[in-house]
Design a protein around this ligand. Structure first.
Ligand code: RBV
Length: 425
């Protein structure tokens, strides 16, 4: 069984110090977490609970874990992607009372799941997931734990999609909150967070400019919209590919070129996938691409770019830079894959994940959902649940107060007017 990170590292003490410094910085920019910490410290809502977490273990996530522990929880945490963990932050977390971290960067599949087994061995009563691996593992391997699990929270689009598929098959046996689907998460994290952090990670990893490039964005959901908007803001020409007619039309009306990937393949300098589906960039597309293109994925799993097909076509592969693998074709073209096709905003060696402010919002929702589970968990059946709107509003109000933004409220007459149907011209 995997040992806590502190026992895995030779230089745990110095790593811990650097991780703590990163957490300090994040904490300074997370007013929602600060407000909830104060409340949780006073009320101890999680006393006696064990919270199992599988998330990207870096500074902002560490602040969430710390806030849950401050509210009385025993926390056990591991990564939700083999490349997104910051070992120093993992070590700093592991040193906090009540928290055990098993997350380590660069683990193979076996070690990734061993660490998840180690989290489950704490017998969580609440699960917090990003991508659904923990919920899935519990249902597959540890169904005896479900009896004592109150419920869980899911961070991301892909995880919610996976949970809904489980629920449709009658295979989801405890209540899960779709944190991803709230306005406070999706309208900020998925759009601005993914857009900004993906472009920043690609730029820092390659030292290349966006200006004058053709950027092909696959998928025009919330993440694709953010990537397209920010790339356009960096003076790139944006091409969008879509399979859904309303979204394709939306992208067209936004002023982007919309093309099938088979045509976009020959035009792009940079390809960024955001679909959440597999086989988005495949063999025939690689054949059409120009020399030197960058291929990056911003979706949760590494299935969007068909790396097996690319590998099969390559006469040579080599590390062109840290975090960039060049695949050389027999005609001499080099196609450059970032972060092994894993989510580029978190998995390149320099990646930092989403900006702190948006994660404060997303994790604010996670924290109030965990509180809702301990307070009212028995009101929720097994299945996927929307987050109650008043919880989302609560987090928005904390954020607005912290930003010093005042806003209006409805008068009684306005409320009556909105509720009545008799009035007309
Ligand atoms: N995400 N986490 C970070 N901790 O830095 N950055 C992005 C971080 C989350 C984001 O909320 C998204 O839904 C998910 O990662 C995709 O795995």
């Amino acid at each position: 069984m995997t040992a806590p990170i502190s026992e895995q590292l030779d230089d745990a003490a110095s790593q811990r110090e650097e991780g703590a410094r990163k957490m300090d910085w994040a904490r300074q920019h997370m007013p929602i977490m600060a407000a909830l910490r104060e409340e949780f410290e006073a009320d101890q809502p999680f006393a006696g609970e064990v919270i199992g977490m599988a998330m990207h273990v870096e500074a902002k996530t560490a602040v969430l874990a710390e806030v849950l522990a401050a509210g009385g929880a025993e926390v056990a945490i591991t990564g939700c992607n083999p490349l997104s963990t910051h070992d120093d932050v993992s070590a700093a977390l592991d040193a906090i009372d009540g928290i055990t971290s098993y997350a380590k960067r660069g683990v193979d599949d076996d070690a990734y799941y061993d660490a998840m087994d180690a989290v489950v061995a704490h017998e969580p009563t609440i699960t917090v997931d990003d991508g659904g691996d923990l919920v899935f593992l519990i249902h597959e391997e540890y169904p005896e734990l479900i009896e004592t699990i109150i419920g869980g929270c899911e961070e991301t689009t892909t995880g919610v999609h996976r949970l809904r598929a489980m629920a449709d098959d009658g295979a989801l046996d405890y209540p899960m909150f779709a944190v991803n689907d709230t306005p406070m998460k999706r309208l900020f994290d998925n759009v601005h967070g993914t857009g900004e952090s993906s472009l920043a990670s690609i730029a820092m990893t390659t030292n290349l400019s966006w200006a004058g490039k053709t950027v092909v964005v696959a998928g025009y959901g919330h993440c694709g919209k953010g990537v397209a908007k920010k790339a356009s803001g960096q003076n790139a020409d944006v091409v969008v590919t879509e399979v859904e007619p309303r979204r394709a039309l939306e992208a067209h009306m936004e002023g982007y070129d919309v093309l099938p990937m088979a045509e976009a393949a020959a035009e792009g300098d940079v390809f960024i996938t955001t679909t959440g589906n597999r086989d988005v960039v495949v063999g025939e597309h690689f054949d059409a691409m120009q020399d030197g293109v960058l291929l990056a994925n911003a979706g949760h799993f590494d299935v969007e770019i068909d790396l097996d097909a690319l590998e099969a076509k390559a006469v040579d592969t080599y590390e062109a830079r840290d975090g960039v693998t060049a695949y050389e074709m027999d005609d001499g073209r080099r196609l450059n894959v970032l972060a092994e096709g894993r989510l580029v905003n978190l998995a390149t060696p320099v990646a930092l994940g989403h900006p702190v402010e948006v994660m404060d919002q997303s994790f604010g929702i996670q924290a109030v959902c965990a509180r809702e589970l301990v307070e009212n968990g028995d009101e929720y059946d097994a299945g996927v649940h929307d987050v109650p709107d008043d919880l989302d509003r609560e987090v928005a109000e904390i954020k607005l107060a912290a930003e010093g933004v005042a806003f209006d409220s409805l008068s009684d007459a306005q409320r009556d007017y909105m509720d009545s149907w008799q009035h007309g011209t």
